[in-house]
Design a binder for this molecule. Structure first.
Ligand code: SF4
Ligand code: SF4
Length: 247
Protein backbone atom coordinates (compact mmCIF):
# COMPACT_ATOMS: atom_id res chain seq x y z
CA UNK A 1 0.00 0.00 0.00
CA UNK A 2 1.39 3.41 -0.99
CA UNK A 3 2.34 5.71 1.87
CA UNK A 4 -0.41 8.20 0.94
CA UNK A 5 -3.06 5.50 1.42
CA UNK A 6 -1.43 4.39 4.69
CA UNK A 7 -1.67 7.99 5.86
CA UNK A 8 -5.30 8.33 4.71
CA UNK A 9 -6.35 5.11 6.41
CA UNK A 10 -4.54 6.17 9.57
CA UNK A 11 -6.36 9.51 9.59
CA UNK A 12 -9.83 8.03 9.07
CA UNK A 13 -9.18 5.32 11.68
CA UNK A 14 -8.08 7.98 14.18
CA UNK A 15 -11.18 9.99 13.28
CA UNK A 16 -13.30 6.86 13.86
CA UNK A 17 -11.83 6.42 17.34
CA UNK A 18 -12.91 9.99 18.11
CA UNK A 19 -16.44 9.36 16.83
CA UNK A 20 -17.95 8.82 20.27
CA UNK A 21 -16.63 12.22 21.37
CA UNK A 22 -17.72 14.18 18.30
CA UNK A 23 -20.89 12.54 17.04
CA UNK A 24 -23.17 15.36 18.31
CA UNK A 25 -21.32 17.68 15.89
CA UNK A 26 -22.49 15.46 13.03
CA UNK A 27 -25.87 14.51 14.43
CA UNK A 28 -29.05 14.78 12.31
CA UNK A 29 -31.14 14.78 15.52
CA UNK A 30 -29.40 17.35 17.73
CA UNK A 31 -29.76 19.94 14.94
CA UNK A 32 -33.56 19.45 15.12
CA UNK A 33 -33.61 19.98 18.90
CA UNK A 34 -31.38 23.04 18.60
CA UNK A 35 -33.54 24.48 15.82
CA UNK A 36 -36.62 24.11 18.04
CA UNK A 37 -34.76 26.23 20.61
CA UNK A 38 -33.48 28.74 18.05
CA UNK A 39 -29.86 27.70 18.40
CA UNK A 40 -27.34 27.25 15.58
CA UNK A 41 -25.49 24.22 16.97
CA UNK A 42 -22.29 22.34 16.14
CA UNK A 43 -23.84 20.06 13.53
CA UNK A 44 -25.45 23.04 11.75
CA UNK A 45 -22.00 24.62 11.48
CA UNK A 46 -20.31 21.37 10.45
CA UNK A 47 -22.88 20.69 7.69
CA UNK A 48 -22.41 24.24 6.43
CA UNK A 49 -18.61 23.77 6.41
CA UNK A 50 -18.99 20.47 4.50
CA UNK A 51 -21.09 22.22 1.87
CA UNK A 52 -18.54 25.07 1.57
CA UNK A 53 -15.59 22.66 1.43
CA UNK A 54 -17.26 20.73 -1.41
CA UNK A 55 -17.27 23.87 -3.56
CA UNK A 56 -13.49 23.42 -3.85
CA UNK A 57 -12.62 19.98 -2.47
CA UNK A 58 -15.60 17.89 -3.61
CA UNK A 59 -16.23 15.00 -1.24
CA UNK A 60 -12.65 14.85 0.04
CA UNK A 61 -14.06 15.10 3.59
CA UNK A 62 -15.67 11.64 3.06
CA UNK A 63 -12.41 10.13 1.87
CA UNK A 64 -9.98 11.76 4.27
CA UNK A 65 -11.69 12.85 7.49
CA UNK A 66 -15.15 11.41 8.18
CA UNK A 67 -15.35 9.38 11.44
CA UNK A 68 -17.78 6.98 9.74
CA UNK A 69 -15.21 6.18 7.04
CA UNK A 70 -12.53 4.53 9.21
CA UNK A 71 -14.87 1.94 10.70
CA UNK A 72 -16.39 1.09 7.35
CA UNK A 73 -13.05 0.68 5.58
CA UNK A 74 -11.77 -1.50 8.45
CA UNK A 75 -14.76 -3.79 7.79
CA UNK A 76 -13.48 -4.30 4.20
CA UNK A 77 -11.12 -6.90 5.73
CA UNK A 78 -14.11 -9.02 6.73
CA UNK A 79 -16.70 -8.01 4.14
CA UNK A 80 -15.57 -6.59 0.80
CA UNK A 81 -18.73 -6.69 -1.31
CA UNK A 82 -19.21 -3.95 -3.88
CA UNK A 83 -22.19 -1.62 -3.60
CA UNK A 84 -23.47 -0.48 -6.98
CA UNK A 85 -27.11 0.32 -6.31
CA UNK A 86 -29.26 2.48 -4.08
CA UNK A 87 -27.41 5.82 -4.03
CA UNK A 88 -30.81 7.54 -4.31
CA UNK A 89 -31.90 6.23 -0.88
CA UNK A 90 -29.96 8.89 0.99
CA UNK A 91 -31.94 11.58 -0.86
CA UNK A 92 -35.22 10.00 0.30
CA UNK A 93 -33.90 10.47 3.83
CA UNK A 94 -32.25 13.86 3.31
CA UNK A 95 -35.01 15.81 1.55
CA UNK A 96 -37.73 15.40 4.24
CA UNK A 97 -35.13 15.83 7.00
CA UNK A 98 -33.67 19.11 5.70
CA UNK A 99 -37.14 20.37 4.75
CA UNK A 100 -38.39 19.80 8.28
CA UNK A 101 -35.42 21.72 9.71
CA UNK A 102 -36.05 24.64 7.36
CA UNK A 103 -39.78 24.64 8.19
CA UNK A 104 -39.10 24.47 11.92
CA UNK A 105 -36.65 27.38 11.66
CA UNK A 106 -39.15 29.46 9.66
CA UNK A 107 -42.08 28.66 11.94
CA UNK A 108 -40.21 29.80 15.06
CA UNK A 109 -38.90 32.95 13.38
CA UNK A 110 -35.29 31.93 12.74
CA UNK A 111 -32.34 31.43 15.06
CA UNK A 112 -31.49 33.53 18.13
CA UNK A 113 -27.98 32.44 18.96
CA UNK A 114 -24.99 30.28 18.04
CA UNK A 115 -23.74 27.58 20.42
CA UNK A 116 -21.25 25.20 18.78
CA UNK A 117 -21.15 23.03 21.94
CA UNK A 118 -24.95 22.75 22.27
CA UNK A 119 -25.97 19.70 24.38
CA UNK A 120 -22.35 18.50 24.79
CA UNK A 121 -20.58 18.03 28.15
CA UNK A 122 -17.27 19.90 28.16
CA UNK A 123 -17.36 19.57 24.37
CA UNK A 124 -17.81 15.76 24.46
CA UNK A 125 -20.90 14.18 22.94
CA UNK A 126 -21.42 11.34 25.41
CA UNK A 127 -22.44 13.06 28.62
CA UNK A 128 -25.14 10.67 29.82
CA UNK A 129 -26.59 7.21 29.26
CA UNK A 130 -29.05 8.33 26.57
CA UNK A 131 -26.21 9.83 24.50
CA UNK A 132 -24.24 6.58 24.91
CA UNK A 133 -27.23 4.52 23.72
CA UNK A 134 -27.74 6.89 20.75
CA UNK A 135 -24.05 6.54 19.82
CA UNK A 136 -24.10 2.74 20.03
CA UNK A 137 -27.30 2.61 17.92
CA UNK A 138 -25.75 4.84 15.23
CA UNK A 139 -22.57 2.76 15.24
CA UNK A 140 -24.31 -0.59 15.07
CA UNK A 141 -27.38 0.05 12.91
CA UNK A 142 -26.12 2.74 10.54
CA UNK A 143 -22.41 1.98 10.14
CA UNK A 144 -21.45 -1.57 11.08
CA UNK A 145 -24.47 -3.70 10.12
CA UNK A 146 -25.09 -2.06 6.68
CA UNK A 147 -21.38 -2.53 5.86
CA UNK A 148 -21.65 -6.24 6.70
CA UNK A 149 -25.04 -6.75 5.04
CA UNK A 150 -24.81 -4.57 1.91
CA UNK A 151 -21.07 -4.06 1.48
CA UNK A 152 -18.40 -1.40 1.04
CA UNK A 153 -19.29 1.96 2.59
CA UNK A 154 -22.99 1.18 2.51
CA UNK A 155 -23.64 4.02 4.97
CA UNK A 156 -22.04 6.52 2.53
CA UNK A 157 -24.12 5.23 -0.40
CA UNK A 158 -27.46 4.69 1.27
CA UNK A 159 -27.88 6.50 4.56
CA UNK A 160 -25.51 9.42 4.99
CA UNK A 161 -27.29 12.73 5.67
CA UNK A 162 -23.99 14.63 5.23
CA UNK A 163 -23.15 13.43 1.71
CA UNK A 164 -25.99 15.39 0.02
CA UNK A 165 -24.55 18.69 1.33
CA UNK A 166 -21.28 17.86 -0.43
CA UNK A 167 -22.92 16.49 -3.56
CA UNK A 168 -24.88 19.74 -3.87
CA UNK A 169 -21.70 21.78 -3.29
CA UNK A 170 -20.01 19.76 -6.01
CA UNK A 171 -22.90 20.25 -8.44
CA UNK A 172 -22.80 24.01 -7.84
CA UNK A 173 -19.05 23.96 -8.46
CA UNK A 174 -19.63 22.06 -11.71
CA UNK A 175 -22.26 24.55 -12.89
CA UNK A 176 -19.98 27.51 -12.25
CA UNK A 177 -17.01 25.60 -13.62
CA UNK A 178 -14.50 27.07 -11.21
CA UNK A 179 -11.20 25.37 -10.35
CA UNK A 180 -11.36 22.60 -7.77
CA UNK A 181 -9.77 19.33 -6.72
CA UNK A 182 -10.63 16.62 -9.24
CA UNK A 183 -9.34 13.42 -10.78
CA UNK A 184 -7.63 13.62 -14.14
CA UNK A 185 -6.90 10.57 -16.31
CA UNK A 186 -4.58 9.95 -19.24
CA UNK A 187 -6.81 7.29 -20.80
CA UNK A 188 -4.31 6.41 -23.56
CA UNK A 189 -1.92 5.01 -20.89
CA UNK A 190 -4.53 2.63 -19.41
CA UNK A 191 -3.61 -1.08 -19.59
CA UNK A 192 -7.15 -2.18 -18.67
CA UNK A 193 -5.97 -4.20 -15.69
CA UNK A 194 -9.19 -3.44 -13.71
CA UNK A 195 -7.21 -2.67 -10.53
CA UNK A 196 -8.77 0.77 -10.04
CA UNK A 197 -12.31 -0.56 -10.39
CA UNK A 198 -11.48 -3.46 -8.10
CA UNK A 199 -10.04 -1.24 -5.36
CA UNK A 200 -12.40 1.75 -5.35
CA UNK A 201 -13.93 1.96 -1.84
CA UNK A 202 -17.03 3.54 -3.37
CA UNK A 203 -17.38 0.67 -5.88
CA UNK A 204 -17.24 3.05 -8.85
CA UNK A 205 -16.53 1.82 -12.41
CA UNK A 206 -13.22 3.69 -12.46
CA UNK A 207 -11.77 1.92 -15.49
CA UNK A 208 -14.87 2.86 -17.52
CA UNK A 209 -14.59 6.44 -16.24
CA UNK A 210 -10.97 6.49 -17.42
CA UNK A 211 -11.92 5.02 -20.81
CA UNK A 212 -14.67 7.62 -21.26
CA UNK A 213 -12.33 10.35 -19.96
CA UNK A 214 -15.11 11.35 -17.58
CA UNK A 215 -13.74 11.24 -14.04
CA UNK A 216 -16.49 13.32 -12.44
CA UNK A 217 -18.82 11.18 -10.34
CA UNK A 218 -20.93 12.47 -7.46
CA UNK A 219 -20.09 9.38 -5.40
CA UNK A 220 -16.31 9.82 -5.78
CA UNK A 221 -14.79 10.74 -2.43
CA UNK A 222 -11.40 11.73 -3.86
CA UNK A 223 -9.67 9.14 -1.67
CA UNK A 224 -6.92 8.56 -4.24
CA UNK A 225 -7.06 4.74 -3.96
CA UNK A 226 -7.38 4.45 -7.75
CA UNK A 227 -4.41 6.79 -8.23
CA UNK A 228 -2.13 4.98 -5.81
CA UNK A 229 -3.07 1.50 -7.06
CA UNK A 230 -2.48 2.20 -10.75
CA UNK A 231 0.91 0.87 -11.84
CA UNK A 232 0.68 2.82 -15.11
CA UNK A 233 0.16 6.18 -13.39
CA UNK A 234 -2.95 6.85 -15.46
CA UNK A 235 -4.90 8.83 -12.85
CA UNK A 236 -3.79 11.82 -10.81
CA UNK A 237 -5.17 14.55 -8.61
CA UNK A 238 -5.40 17.94 -10.30
CA UNK A 239 -6.75 21.34 -9.47
CA UNK A 240 -8.81 22.05 -12.57
CA UNK A 241 -11.89 23.78 -13.85
CA UNK A 242 -14.43 21.87 -15.97
CA UNK A 243 -12.90 22.87 -19.31
CA UNK A 244 -9.41 21.74 -18.21
CA UNK A 245 -10.91 18.48 -16.93
CA UNK A 246 -12.24 17.65 -20.37
CA UNK A 247 -8.91 18.20 -22.16
S1 SF4 B 1 -5.50 0.67 -12.64
FE1 SF4 B 1 -4.67 2.07 -14.17
S2 SF4 B 1 -4.09 0.76 -15.90
FE2 SF4 B 1 -5.44 -0.47 -14.58
S3 SF4 B 1 -7.49 -0.16 -15.46
FE3 SF4 B 1 -7.24 1.40 -13.86
S4 SF4 B 1 -6.46 3.21 -14.94
FE4 SF4 B 1 -6.17 1.44 -16.33
S1 SF4 C 1 -12.80 6.92 -8.14
FE1 SF4 C 1 -10.78 6.88 -7.14
S2 SF4 C 1 -10.73 8.70 -5.84
FE2 SF4 C 1 -12.89 8.32 -6.38
S3 SF4 C 1 -13.71 7.08 -4.72
FE3 SF4 C 1 -12.98 5.64 -6.28
S4 SF4 C 1 -10.87 5.15 -5.70
FE4 SF4 C 1 -11.46 7.00 -4.54
Amino acid sequence: MKSRQKFRKGVILFSFFLFSAVFYYLSPVVIIRSTLNGVVNGSFIMFLLMFISALVLGRAYCGWACPGAGGQEAIFLARDKKVTKGDYIKWIIWIPWISSIVLLAISRGGYDKIDFFYETKYGFSIGDVSALIAYLCVLLFLIVLPAFIFGRRSFCHHLCWMAPFMILGRKIRNSFNWASLQLKAASNKCKHCHTCTQNCPMSLPVEMMVKANKMENTECILCGTCIDGCESNVIRFAFLNGAQQRH
